[in-house]
Each structure stands twice: as C-alpha cells, then as structure tokens.
Design a binder for this molecule. Structure first.
Ligand code: EZ4
Ligand code: CO
Length: 404
C-alpha cells in the first residue's frame, strides 16, 4: 500500500512551554500532526505513544480513522484516562490531517462544511484588584473580543487560581516541584460577586463574562456563588465543584439559573453522559486532544446537541496550536458549538507551530489550508529544551490537601 503509515515520531519540546507532538508520515510523503500534551505529565503520554502506540501504526491505512480509533480504544483492555485518551487524540488528529491533505480539503469541509462564518472566542483577564482587572478587560475589548473570563485576587490569599503577578499567566510554573498554594473559600465567595458586579457595571450588558472556580467549592458553596452571581448574568460559571462528583451539579442547579460549564478534565463520552443526559450543565468543555480527538469529540457534541447542551472546548496555552486548529475546524462545522476558549500563546509558540488559523475582530477562523493547516518549525522543537514544569497543589490553612 503506497499510502500506508511509514513513520511515527513523538516530539517532546519546549518552545517557551512544554509540548508533545505526534508526526505521522505516509509512504507517499503526506505528513499529519497531532497534539499529545497533558500539562505536567508530558513524558507519560510521550512514552505511551512511543512504546505502545507507534509500533501498531506502522503499515496501517491512514484513511481508516474511525477503525484506528476503535483499535486503540477497544483494542486495549486498560482503557480511558487522560494519558491514553490524549495519545489516541494525537493519532486521530494526525490521521484527519492526512485525510485533509490527501483530499485537498480543510478539516471543517470533511466534517460537513461550515455552519457559521466565524467562531466566537473568549480571552482571560485577571487582576489582583479591580482596576488591574478592568485594564485587562478593556484591552481585550479594544482588540475586538466579545467575551472575557474574569479572575481576581482575594483579600487574605497570596495566590489565587488564574491570577498571576506577571502580565501573562502560565499555571505550570513550578520548576523544582509543584508550588504550594493556600485555598480558603470564604473570602473568595464574598469577593467574587462584588468584583464581577463591578466588571459588569464597567463593560455594560453586551459583553459575555465568564468565571472559572476551578473545581474548588463544595456543592452548597457553589450553589451560593451561582445565586450571588445571577444579577450579573454570567455567560457561564466554570468547574464549580470537583468534576468526579457529578450529582453535585444537580444540587447547584436546583438553586441557580447561572449557566454551568464543566469538562476540561474529562476524557470520554462516558465521563460526560450523565451530566448531558440529565441536563445538569449548559456547556461541555473537553479539549480535542484530551477527549480522544475529533472523532470522539464530535460524538460527545452530538449527544450534547440532543440535550440542549453546547460545546465550548478548553483552550489554554497547554493545548498546542495543533489542537486549537482542530477545535476551530470542529467549531466551524458543529451547530451546537458555542465558543472556543483562547488563552493565547507566547510568540515563540506561534513560531514553532506556524498555523493558518487566525483571529480577526475577536473571532477565530480556521483558514483554508488542507487538513489542520499547521506545520512545525523543526528548529524550535528540541528535546533538550524540555524541563519538567509542575502545576501547583493547594492546601487549606490547616495543612490538608484540597483541589487546586
Ligand atoms: O488550569 O490548562 O479554563 N482553563 C483552565 C486552565 C487549566 C490548565 C491546566 O493545565 O482551567 O487554566
Ligand atoms: Co478551566
């Protein structure tokens, strides 16, 4: 078979931050790229791909995308979980990329074509105090963005998720080990409604405001926060409770009309099924790479469509421009796709992954290149640049561990 998979390379690199990239080459020279980055656990996915997956791909027909997905998922007794699913996701993206190049079509065309002209997105704004936060909100508004995620400092806490002392925010900053943060909910629960009300008063009614509680609240605290935020009409409140306890969201929902979003730590349709079928959420948030790629995500989004839940994938800097490309193509072709998170990247990341997708007037566009429309600048993908970087951990004031 002249178009069989001939070469599978796993690239670990660090153009400004760590990424794992899969490069699949066919005998007739087509190249497909996939993202396999799991922030802080990069080498686990790299080893899974290199040792267990790559040998199985050699000689396979790259056009059998769904069959390869099923082979890597069902063909493995130890299935699911972030490492396995990111590895499958990377292969899936690379095969869609190859199919696009073989047919000369951008991915969105292969997925059924455009259902929208452009994709809404949101940026992150943060500040230790309200004036600093409003400065970032204004900057995003001036750049044309219609939706902004707002995170603020909390009196009494030295570190808060989503808020940085630098103008940029990179959660995986620990070089020698996980930084230790202190978390107490009471000050946060008092502060956030006041802060977000000030942001709402500042921006007016038309701007979509979002907030991420990052899995830290108990169900009743989350319900209290949702209620206290009703007057500011959030676009969504994200990850209010730890994602494993799905029944918790029923309690939250009984108390508030604030829209709920969750799912960035989910990996399969089965992680989402209960929340979607019971309509306990409004937005489902798996990243393309962490949810087994385009092939699996479109099934999750179809299930969501049946239940009035909209798609809004995770888009932090730790999801590479390859994953973001796939997400944008999916968003352009999926009716119930609501919005794409776009945290942005350091300049070097854009240089390391030259891409056809772009931002115009605060919206994302996939570009018209065949496949995913992303290439690699090889010189910026050096294994030696990789250095472990740890996400923080959090403790209560009494010293006990809590969710970061
Ligand atoms: O903490 O991607 O919505 N965005 C987020 C992110 C996550 C990081 C973890 O690697 O919650 O900032
Ligand atoms: Co989040």
């Amino acid at each position: 078979m002249n178009d069989a998979i001939e070469r599978v390379e796993v690239l670990v690199s660090s153009p400004a931050r760590n990424y794992v990239t899969l490069r699949v080459t066919t005998r007739d020279g087509l190249v497909g790229l996939g993202d396999a980055t799991v922030n802080g656990r990069e080498l686990a996915v790299a080893a899974y791909l290199r040792e267990h997956v790559a040998p199985l791909l050699i000689g396979r027909d790259p056009g059998r995308i769904e069959d390869t997905w099923q082979y890597l998922y069902r063909g493995v007794y130890w299935r699911r979980g972030p490492i396995t699913m990111a590895a499958i996701g990377a292969v899936d993206l690379a095969l869609w990329d190859i199919l696009g190049k073989r047919t000369g079509q951008p991915l969105y065309a292969l997925l059924g074509g455009r259902v929208r002209d452009r994709l809404a997105t949101y940026r992150h704004a943060f500040g230790w105090d309200v004036p600093a936060l409003l400065e970032q909100v204004d900057a995003h508004r001036e750049a044309g963005f219609t939706h902004v995620r707002v995170q603020s400092g909390v009196p009494g806490l030295d570190t808060v998720y989503g808020v940085s002392k630098d103008p940029t925010y990179e959660p995986a900053a620990g070089r020698t080990g996980p930084p230790e943060e202190v978390w107490e909910p009471e000050g946060y629960l008092r502060t956030m409604p006041e802060v977000i009300a000030k942001v709402r008063a500042h921006v007016g009614d038309e701007v979509g405001l979002l907030h991420d509680a990052h899995h830290r609240l108990t169900p009743i605290q989350a319900a209290r926060l949702g209620k206290a935020l009703e007057d500011v009409h959030l676009y969504w409140l994200e990850d209010v409770t730890p994602a494993e306890d799905q029944e918790a969201l029923r309690l939250v929902r009984q108390h508030t009309t604030t829209p709920l979003a969750i799912g960035e730590v989910f990996n399969t349709a089965w992680d989402c099924q209960y929340l979607i079928e019971n309509r306990l959420i409004d937005f489902i948030r798996l990243a393309v790479v962490h949810g087994g790629g385009v092939s699996h995500l479109r099934k999750i989004f179809a299930l969501a469509e049946l239940h009035g839940v909209r798609a809004a994938p995770h888009g932090p800097s730790d999801v590479s421009p390859i994953s973001l490309a796939a997400s944008i193509h999916l968003g352009i072709a999926t009716h119930n796709f609501a919005i794409q998170e776009y945290m942005g990247y350091p300049d070097l990341v854009h240089e390391a992954f030259p891409h056809e997708w772009y931002v115009d007037q605060g919206h994302l566009h996939p570009g018209e290149a065949a496949g995913l429309g992303v290439t690699l600048e090889d010189a910026l993908h050096r294994r030696d640049d990789y250095q472990a970087a740890h996400l923080p951990v959090a403790r209560r004031r009494d010293g006990s561990m809590t969710d970061w």
